[in-house]
Write a protein that binds this ligand. Structure first.
Ligand SMILES: *Cc1c(COP(=O)(O)O)cnc(C)c1O
Length: 395
Protein backbone atom coordinates (compact mmCIF):
# COMPACT_ATOMS: atom_id res chain seq x y z
CA UNK A 1 0.00 0.00 0.00
CA UNK A 2 1.33 3.40 -0.99
CA UNK A 3 1.58 6.10 1.64
CA UNK A 4 0.96 9.69 0.65
CA UNK A 5 3.43 12.37 1.64
CA UNK A 6 4.06 16.08 1.85
CA UNK A 7 3.62 16.59 -1.89
CA UNK A 8 0.04 15.31 -1.81
CA UNK A 9 -0.67 17.16 1.44
CA UNK A 10 0.55 20.37 -0.15
CA UNK A 11 -1.33 19.72 -3.40
CA UNK A 12 -4.60 19.07 -1.56
CA UNK A 13 -4.02 22.19 0.50
CA UNK A 14 -3.48 24.30 -2.60
CA UNK A 15 -6.74 23.09 -4.11
CA UNK A 16 -8.63 23.74 -0.87
CA UNK A 17 -7.09 27.21 -0.58
CA UNK A 18 -8.49 28.11 -4.00
CA UNK A 19 -11.92 27.50 -2.52
CA UNK A 20 -13.70 26.12 -5.58
CA UNK A 21 -13.53 22.35 -5.78
CA UNK A 22 -15.89 21.70 -8.71
CA UNK A 23 -13.70 20.60 -11.60
CA UNK A 24 -15.68 22.28 -14.32
CA UNK A 25 -16.19 25.71 -12.81
CA UNK A 26 -13.17 26.87 -14.74
CA UNK A 27 -11.35 28.87 -12.09
CA UNK A 28 -8.53 26.39 -11.76
CA UNK A 29 -7.75 23.20 -13.57
CA UNK A 30 -6.02 20.54 -11.50
CA UNK A 31 -8.19 17.76 -12.96
CA UNK A 32 -7.71 18.96 -16.53
CA UNK A 33 -3.95 19.11 -16.03
CA UNK A 34 -3.82 15.58 -14.62
CA UNK A 35 -5.90 14.31 -17.56
CA UNK A 36 -3.60 15.94 -20.08
CA UNK A 37 -0.53 14.49 -18.37
CA UNK A 38 -2.01 10.99 -18.20
CA UNK A 39 -2.89 11.16 -21.90
CA UNK A 40 0.66 12.24 -22.73
CA UNK A 41 2.13 9.53 -20.54
CA UNK A 42 -0.01 6.67 -21.87
CA UNK A 43 -0.56 7.72 -25.45
CA UNK A 44 -4.35 7.55 -25.01
CA UNK A 45 -6.18 10.15 -27.10
CA UNK A 46 -8.29 11.29 -24.15
CA UNK A 47 -8.37 10.74 -20.41
CA UNK A 48 -11.31 11.54 -18.13
CA UNK A 49 -10.85 11.57 -14.36
CA UNK A 50 -13.62 9.87 -12.48
CA UNK A 51 -14.44 8.78 -8.93
CA UNK A 52 -13.33 5.11 -9.03
CA UNK A 53 -12.01 2.28 -11.17
CA UNK A 54 -15.43 0.61 -11.10
CA UNK A 55 -16.96 3.83 -12.42
CA UNK A 56 -14.24 4.04 -15.07
CA UNK A 57 -15.11 0.58 -16.43
CA UNK A 58 -18.85 1.31 -16.36
CA UNK A 59 -18.40 4.71 -17.97
CA UNK A 60 -16.16 3.25 -20.68
CA UNK A 61 -18.79 0.64 -21.57
CA UNK A 62 -21.53 3.28 -21.61
CA UNK A 63 -19.36 5.56 -23.73
CA UNK A 64 -18.85 2.78 -26.28
CA UNK A 65 -22.56 2.00 -26.38
CA UNK A 66 -22.52 -1.44 -24.75
CA UNK A 67 -25.97 -2.25 -23.32
CA UNK A 68 -28.83 -4.73 -22.83
CA UNK A 69 -28.58 -7.87 -24.93
CA UNK A 70 -24.81 -7.58 -25.15
CA UNK A 71 -22.38 -10.12 -23.72
CA UNK A 72 -19.05 -8.97 -22.35
CA UNK A 73 -16.24 -11.48 -21.87
CA UNK A 74 -14.38 -11.07 -18.55
CA UNK A 75 -11.73 -13.26 -16.90
CA UNK A 76 -12.55 -15.57 -13.99
CA UNK A 77 -9.64 -14.09 -12.04
CA UNK A 78 -10.12 -10.36 -11.43
CA UNK A 79 -11.58 -7.99 -8.87
CA UNK A 80 -15.37 -8.43 -8.97
CA UNK A 81 -15.80 -4.90 -10.36
CA UNK A 82 -14.66 -6.02 -13.83
CA UNK A 83 -17.65 -8.38 -14.02
CA UNK A 84 -20.05 -5.95 -12.33
CA UNK A 85 -19.41 -3.10 -14.79
CA UNK A 86 -21.20 -4.76 -17.74
CA UNK A 87 -24.24 -5.30 -15.50
CA UNK A 88 -24.39 -1.60 -14.68
CA UNK A 89 -24.95 -0.83 -18.36
CA UNK A 90 -27.48 -3.67 -18.77
CA UNK A 91 -25.11 -6.16 -20.42
CA UNK A 92 -24.07 -9.53 -18.96
CA UNK A 93 -20.60 -10.80 -18.10
CA UNK A 94 -19.53 -14.10 -19.68
CA UNK A 95 -16.80 -15.59 -17.53
CA UNK A 96 -13.67 -16.80 -19.29
CA UNK A 97 -10.70 -18.89 -18.09
CA UNK A 98 -7.22 -17.53 -17.50
CA UNK A 99 -4.10 -19.27 -18.78
CA UNK A 100 -0.63 -19.81 -17.30
CA UNK A 101 0.14 -16.08 -17.68
CA UNK A 102 -2.55 -15.59 -14.99
CA UNK A 103 -4.45 -13.32 -17.38
CA UNK A 104 -7.39 -14.00 -19.70
CA UNK A 105 -6.85 -16.93 -22.06
CA UNK A 106 -7.21 -15.85 -25.72
CA UNK A 107 -8.18 -19.39 -26.76
CA UNK A 108 -11.02 -19.42 -24.25
CA UNK A 109 -12.10 -15.94 -25.40
CA UNK A 110 -12.61 -17.42 -28.86
CA UNK A 111 -14.61 -20.31 -27.43
CA UNK A 112 -16.84 -17.92 -25.46
CA UNK A 113 -17.72 -15.66 -28.40
CA UNK A 114 -21.38 -15.84 -29.50
CA UNK A 115 -23.38 -13.66 -31.92
CA UNK A 116 -24.25 -11.54 -28.85
CA UNK A 117 -20.70 -10.81 -27.78
CA UNK A 118 -19.99 -7.10 -27.96
CA UNK A 119 -16.85 -6.52 -25.90
CA UNK A 120 -13.90 -8.08 -24.11
CA UNK A 121 -12.49 -6.80 -20.81
CA UNK A 122 -8.90 -8.05 -20.56
CA UNK A 123 -7.66 -7.45 -17.03
CA UNK A 124 -3.96 -6.81 -16.43
CA UNK A 125 -3.71 -8.45 -13.03
CA UNK A 126 -0.94 -7.72 -10.52
CA UNK A 127 1.09 -5.60 -12.96
CA UNK A 128 1.04 -8.40 -15.55
CA UNK A 129 -0.10 -7.63 -19.10
CA UNK A 130 -2.60 -9.74 -20.99
CA UNK A 131 -1.63 -11.11 -24.40
CA UNK A 132 -2.85 -7.93 -26.09
CA UNK A 133 -1.56 -8.81 -29.57
CA UNK A 134 -3.79 -11.85 -29.73
CA UNK A 135 -6.70 -10.18 -27.96
CA UNK A 136 -6.71 -7.24 -30.39
CA UNK A 137 -6.47 -9.65 -33.29
CA UNK A 138 -9.47 -11.64 -32.04
CA UNK A 139 -11.40 -8.41 -31.39
CA UNK A 140 -10.75 -7.12 -34.90
CA UNK A 141 -11.68 -10.44 -36.47
CA UNK A 142 -15.01 -10.62 -34.63
CA UNK A 143 -15.67 -6.88 -34.57
CA UNK A 144 -15.58 -6.64 -30.77
CA UNK A 145 -14.75 -3.71 -28.49
CA UNK A 146 -11.85 -3.98 -26.06
CA UNK A 147 -12.02 -2.24 -22.69
CA UNK A 148 -8.78 -2.84 -20.81
CA UNK A 149 -9.01 -3.05 -17.05
CA UNK A 150 -5.61 -1.61 -16.13
CA UNK A 151 -6.64 -0.75 -12.56
CA UNK A 152 -3.84 -2.93 -11.16
CA UNK A 153 -1.16 -2.00 -13.68
CA UNK A 154 -0.98 1.78 -14.09
CA UNK A 155 2.34 2.80 -15.65
CA UNK A 156 3.17 -0.73 -16.82
CA UNK A 157 3.75 -1.35 -20.52
CA UNK A 158 3.20 -4.18 -22.99
CA UNK A 159 5.68 -4.23 -25.87
CA UNK A 160 6.29 -0.54 -25.36
CA UNK A 161 2.62 0.51 -25.12
CA UNK A 162 0.99 1.62 -21.91
CA UNK A 163 -1.60 -0.78 -20.55
CA UNK A 164 -5.03 0.85 -20.75
CA UNK A 165 -4.22 2.69 -23.99
CA UNK A 166 -4.13 -0.27 -26.38
CA UNK A 167 -7.83 -1.13 -26.71
CA UNK A 168 -10.85 1.08 -27.50
CA UNK A 169 -10.93 2.20 -23.88
CA UNK A 170 -9.14 1.56 -20.61
CA UNK A 171 -9.74 1.98 -16.90
CA UNK A 172 -7.43 3.07 -14.07
CA UNK A 173 -8.17 3.01 -10.34
CA UNK A 174 -6.53 5.26 -7.79
CA UNK A 175 -7.71 3.50 -4.63
CA UNK A 176 -5.09 2.96 -1.97
CA UNK A 177 -3.85 -0.40 -3.25
CA UNK A 178 -2.96 0.72 -6.76
CA UNK A 179 0.23 2.03 -8.37
CA UNK A 180 -1.01 5.58 -7.90
CA UNK A 181 -3.44 6.60 -5.20
CA UNK A 182 -5.50 9.56 -4.10
CA UNK A 183 -7.58 7.54 -1.63
CA UNK A 184 -10.34 6.78 -4.12
CA UNK A 185 -10.52 7.73 -7.78
CA UNK A 186 -10.11 6.51 -11.32
CA UNK A 187 -9.64 7.44 -14.95
CA UNK A 188 -11.17 6.42 -18.26
CA UNK A 189 -8.80 6.24 -21.22
CA UNK A 190 -10.48 6.73 -24.58
CA UNK A 191 -9.34 6.62 -28.16
CA UNK A 192 -12.02 8.61 -29.94
CA UNK A 193 -13.59 12.06 -29.63
CA UNK A 194 -17.08 10.59 -29.76
CA UNK A 195 -16.34 8.20 -26.89
CA UNK A 196 -15.00 11.10 -24.83
CA UNK A 197 -18.15 13.15 -25.49
CA UNK A 198 -20.33 10.25 -24.36
CA UNK A 199 -18.14 9.45 -21.35
CA UNK A 200 -18.15 13.07 -20.26
CA UNK A 201 -21.92 13.20 -20.59
CA UNK A 202 -22.40 9.94 -18.68
CA UNK A 203 -20.13 10.95 -15.80
CA UNK A 204 -21.86 14.31 -15.29
CA UNK A 205 -25.60 13.39 -15.31
CA UNK A 206 -26.02 14.37 -18.93
CA UNK A 207 -24.86 17.95 -18.58
CA UNK A 208 -21.80 18.02 -20.74
CA UNK A 209 -22.61 21.64 -21.70
CA UNK A 210 -20.69 22.43 -18.51
CA UNK A 211 -17.39 21.80 -20.13
CA UNK A 212 -16.80 25.01 -22.02
CA UNK A 213 -14.30 23.92 -24.65
CA UNK A 214 -16.25 20.82 -25.50
CA UNK A 215 -18.19 19.72 -28.54
CA UNK A 216 -21.75 19.32 -27.27
CA UNK A 217 -23.24 18.40 -30.62
CA UNK A 218 -23.45 14.86 -29.27
CA UNK A 219 -27.00 14.07 -28.15
CA UNK A 220 -27.29 14.34 -24.40
CA UNK A 221 -28.51 11.34 -22.42
CA UNK A 222 -29.08 10.62 -18.74
CA UNK A 223 -25.94 9.82 -16.79
CA UNK A 224 -24.69 9.65 -13.22
CA UNK A 225 -22.51 11.91 -11.17
CA UNK A 226 -19.10 10.26 -11.16
CA UNK A 227 -17.09 13.48 -11.18
CA UNK A 228 -13.68 13.84 -9.61
CA UNK A 229 -13.04 17.04 -7.68
CA UNK A 230 -10.13 19.45 -7.74
CA UNK A 231 -8.57 18.11 -4.53
CA UNK A 232 -8.35 14.71 -6.23
CA UNK A 233 -6.96 16.30 -9.39
CA UNK A 234 -4.30 18.19 -7.43
CA UNK A 235 -3.26 15.11 -5.46
CA UNK A 236 -3.15 13.07 -8.63
CA UNK A 237 -0.70 15.50 -10.21
CA UNK A 238 1.63 14.86 -7.28
CA UNK A 239 1.21 11.11 -7.77
CA UNK A 240 1.91 11.40 -11.51
CA UNK A 241 5.22 13.06 -10.60
CA UNK A 242 6.12 10.01 -8.55
CA UNK A 243 4.96 7.29 -10.92
CA UNK A 244 7.99 6.90 -13.25
CA UNK A 245 10.32 6.35 -10.29
CA UNK A 246 7.84 3.97 -8.70
CA UNK A 247 7.59 1.83 -11.85
CA UNK A 248 11.35 1.89 -12.25
CA UNK A 249 11.67 0.55 -8.68
CA UNK A 250 9.04 -2.09 -9.36
CA UNK A 251 11.02 -3.28 -12.39
CA UNK A 252 14.23 -3.29 -10.40
CA UNK A 253 12.63 -5.45 -7.71
CA UNK A 254 11.25 -7.71 -10.41
CA UNK A 255 14.75 -8.28 -11.78
CA UNK A 256 16.26 -8.85 -8.33
CA UNK A 257 13.62 -11.35 -7.25
CA UNK A 258 13.46 -13.11 -10.60
CA UNK A 259 17.21 -13.68 -10.46
CA UNK A 260 16.97 -15.20 -6.99
CA UNK A 261 14.05 -17.34 -8.03
CA UNK A 262 15.87 -18.56 -11.13
CA UNK A 263 18.79 -19.58 -8.95
CA UNK A 264 16.50 -21.37 -6.52
CA UNK A 265 14.90 -23.24 -9.42
CA UNK A 266 11.43 -21.85 -8.75
CA UNK A 267 8.77 -22.23 -11.49
CA UNK A 268 8.26 -18.62 -12.58
CA UNK A 269 4.86 -18.10 -14.19
CA UNK A 270 4.74 -17.31 -17.90
CA UNK A 271 4.73 -13.58 -18.62
CA UNK A 272 3.33 -11.95 -21.77
CA UNK A 273 6.16 -9.39 -21.89
CA UNK A 274 8.91 -10.72 -19.63
CA UNK A 275 11.51 -8.19 -20.79
CA UNK A 276 9.43 -5.43 -19.26
CA UNK A 277 8.12 -7.46 -16.36
CA UNK A 278 6.76 -5.71 -13.30
CA UNK A 279 4.56 -8.35 -11.67
CA UNK A 280 6.08 -11.66 -10.59
CA UNK A 281 4.33 -14.94 -9.91
CA UNK A 282 5.16 -18.62 -9.57
CA UNK A 283 3.04 -21.61 -10.53
CA UNK A 284 3.85 -24.96 -8.95
CA UNK A 285 2.88 -28.45 -9.99
CA UNK A 286 0.73 -28.94 -6.90
CA UNK A 287 -1.40 -26.78 -4.65
CA UNK A 288 0.47 -28.04 -1.59
CA UNK A 289 3.68 -26.54 -2.88
CA UNK A 290 1.94 -23.21 -3.44
CA UNK A 291 0.46 -23.30 0.08
CA UNK A 292 3.85 -23.97 1.54
CA UNK A 293 5.53 -21.30 -0.57
CA UNK A 294 2.91 -18.78 0.58
CA UNK A 295 4.48 -18.99 4.04
CA UNK A 296 7.21 -16.76 2.65
CA UNK A 297 6.94 -13.15 3.77
CA UNK A 298 6.57 -11.71 0.25
CA UNK A 299 4.45 -14.48 -1.30
CA UNK A 300 0.70 -14.87 -1.42
CA UNK A 301 -1.32 -17.68 -2.93
CA UNK A 302 -3.62 -16.21 -5.57
CA UNK A 303 -6.49 -18.58 -4.83
CA UNK A 304 -6.72 -17.11 -1.30
CA UNK A 305 -7.36 -13.62 -2.63
CA UNK A 306 -11.13 -13.65 -1.87
CA UNK A 307 -13.25 -11.61 -4.30
CA UNK A 308 -10.61 -11.81 -7.03
CA UNK A 309 -11.77 -15.38 -7.70
CA UNK A 310 -15.10 -15.74 -9.55
CA UNK A 311 -16.49 -18.37 -7.17
CA UNK A 312 -16.59 -15.63 -4.51
CA UNK A 313 -18.53 -13.11 -6.63
CA UNK A 314 -21.76 -14.01 -4.80
CA UNK A 315 -24.17 -11.38 -6.20
CA UNK A 316 -23.00 -12.13 -9.74
CA UNK A 317 -22.95 -15.90 -9.33
CA UNK A 318 -26.51 -15.69 -7.92
CA UNK A 319 -27.54 -13.10 -10.53
CA UNK A 320 -28.89 -10.54 -8.12
CA UNK A 321 -29.30 -6.83 -8.85
CA UNK A 322 -30.98 -4.25 -6.61
CA UNK A 323 -34.39 -4.78 -8.24
CA UNK A 324 -35.77 -7.93 -9.79
CA UNK A 325 -36.95 -6.13 -12.93
CA UNK A 326 -33.62 -4.38 -13.36
CA UNK A 327 -32.20 -7.66 -14.56
CA UNK A 328 -29.63 -7.72 -17.38
CA UNK A 329 -29.71 -11.55 -17.44
CA UNK A 330 -33.42 -11.40 -18.32
CA UNK A 331 -32.58 -9.01 -21.20
CA UNK A 332 -29.89 -11.29 -22.60
CA UNK A 333 -30.59 -13.15 -25.85
CA UNK A 334 -29.86 -16.53 -24.30
CA UNK A 335 -29.87 -18.09 -20.87
CA UNK A 336 -26.67 -17.24 -19.04
CA UNK A 337 -25.75 -19.64 -16.26
CA UNK A 338 -22.91 -19.55 -13.78
CA UNK A 339 -21.59 -22.35 -11.62
CA UNK A 340 -18.58 -22.89 -9.39
CA UNK A 341 -17.15 -25.41 -11.84
CA UNK A 342 -17.47 -23.31 -15.00
CA UNK A 343 -13.78 -22.29 -14.95
CA UNK A 344 -12.04 -25.16 -13.16
CA UNK A 345 -8.85 -24.53 -15.07
CA UNK A 346 -8.65 -21.05 -13.53
CA UNK A 347 -9.22 -22.48 -10.05
CA UNK A 348 -6.53 -25.07 -10.63
CA UNK A 349 -3.99 -22.48 -11.78
CA UNK A 350 -4.81 -20.09 -8.92
CA UNK A 351 -4.53 -22.88 -6.35
CA UNK A 352 -1.02 -23.64 -7.60
CA UNK A 353 0.14 -20.03 -8.00
CA UNK A 354 1.58 -17.37 -5.73
CA UNK A 355 2.08 -13.69 -6.44
CA UNK A 356 5.25 -12.08 -5.16
CA UNK A 357 4.81 -8.75 -3.39
CA UNK A 358 7.14 -6.21 -4.96
CA UNK A 359 5.42 -3.34 -3.20
CA UNK A 360 7.02 0.06 -2.80
CA UNK A 361 6.83 -0.34 0.97
CA UNK A 362 9.95 -2.53 0.77
CA UNK A 363 13.27 -0.89 -0.17
CA UNK A 364 15.26 -2.88 -2.74
CA UNK A 365 17.83 -4.22 -0.17
CA UNK A 366 14.94 -5.61 1.90
CA UNK A 367 13.43 -7.23 -1.18
CA UNK A 368 16.84 -8.67 -2.02
CA UNK A 369 17.05 -10.10 1.48
CA UNK A 370 13.60 -11.74 1.26
CA UNK A 371 14.31 -12.92 -2.28
CA UNK A 372 17.43 -14.78 -1.16
CA UNK A 373 15.35 -16.62 1.40
CA UNK A 374 12.85 -17.81 -1.20
CA UNK A 375 13.25 -21.51 -1.67
CA UNK A 376 11.45 -24.20 -3.55
CA UNK A 377 9.06 -25.97 -1.18
CA UNK A 378 9.90 -29.53 -0.30
CA UNK A 379 6.90 -31.72 -0.56
CA UNK A 380 7.07 -35.44 -0.17
CA UNK A 381 5.30 -37.56 -2.77
CA UNK A 382 2.95 -39.02 -0.16
CA UNK A 383 1.76 -35.57 0.83
CA UNK A 384 0.98 -34.73 -2.78
CA UNK A 385 -1.27 -37.72 -3.27
CA UNK A 386 -2.89 -37.37 0.15
CA UNK A 387 -3.58 -33.64 -0.06
CA UNK A 388 -5.47 -33.11 -3.32
CA UNK A 389 -8.95 -31.72 -3.22
CA UNK A 390 -8.59 -30.45 0.33
CA UNK A 391 -9.50 -26.88 -0.51
CA UNK A 392 -13.22 -26.41 -1.19
CA UNK A 393 -14.12 -24.61 -4.42
CA UNK A 394 -15.91 -21.75 -2.68
CA UNK A 395 -14.19 -20.14 0.25
C1 LIG B 1 -9.25 -2.06 -7.96
C2 LIG B 1 -9.79 -2.70 -9.16
C3 LIG B 1 -10.97 -2.25 -9.78
C4 LIG B 1 -11.89 -1.23 -9.19
O1 LIG B 1 -11.32 -0.10 -8.71
P1 LIG B 1 -12.05 0.79 -7.59
O2 LIG B 1 -11.36 2.09 -7.73
O3 LIG B 1 -11.82 0.13 -6.28
O4 LIG B 1 -13.48 0.88 -7.97
C5 LIG B 1 -11.36 -2.87 -10.95
N1 LIG B 1 -10.66 -3.86 -11.50
C6 LIG B 1 -9.53 -4.33 -10.93
C7 LIG B 1 -8.79 -5.44 -11.58
C8 LIG B 1 -9.08 -3.78 -9.73
O5 LIG B 1 -8.01 -4.29 -9.15
Amino acid sequence: MIKLGFKEWFAAGSAIAKGDLLRNSGSHQFCARAEKRLAEMTGAKHVLLINSGTSALTCALAALGVGPGDEVIVPAYTWMASAAAPLHVGAVPVICDIDESLTIDPDDIERKITPNTRAIIPVHMIDRPCDMDRIMEIARKHNLLVVEDACQSIGVTYKGKHLGAIGDAGAFSFNQYKNMTIGEGGAVLLNSDDALARAYNYHDIGTSFRNLDFDTSNDLFVGLNLRANEVQGAMLNAQIDRLPRRIEKLRKRYDVVRDSMDKAGLPIARHNDADNGAGLAVTFATEQEAEQFAQNRIARRLFDNTKHVYTNWTPIMEQRMFHEKMNPWAWANRKIEYSDDMCVRTLDILRRSCGIGLGPQYPVPVVRHFAKKLQAPEISKSEITRGTGKTPIAT
